[in-house]
Design a protein around this ligand. Structure first.
Ligand SMILES: [Zn+2]
Length: 64
């Protein structure tokens, strides 16, 4: 059972929504793998997203 994150369109870049950039860090040159889908407020469809294939270190602190 997966819970889809729900985001507002203005909260994330279109590149992330299109799976062109890592959902978590925004990298576009990294190897990306499918990371599920997100629902965006105001859209009927869900958007497939991708994340870095190598994953991310469990770093403390928020995104910059
Ligand atoms: Zn990443």
């Amino acid at each position: 059972m997966s819970t889809q994150p729900v985001v507002s369109a203005g909260d994330v870049s279109i590149a992330r929504l299109h799976g062109e950039a890592c959902w978590d860090c925004g990298a576009v040159s990294a190897d990306l793998v499918p990371a599920g889908e997100v629902a965006v407020r105001g859209f009927e469809k869900t958007w497939p997203i991708q994340r870095c294939a190598a994953g991310h270190p469990a770093a403390a602190g928020g995104e910059s």
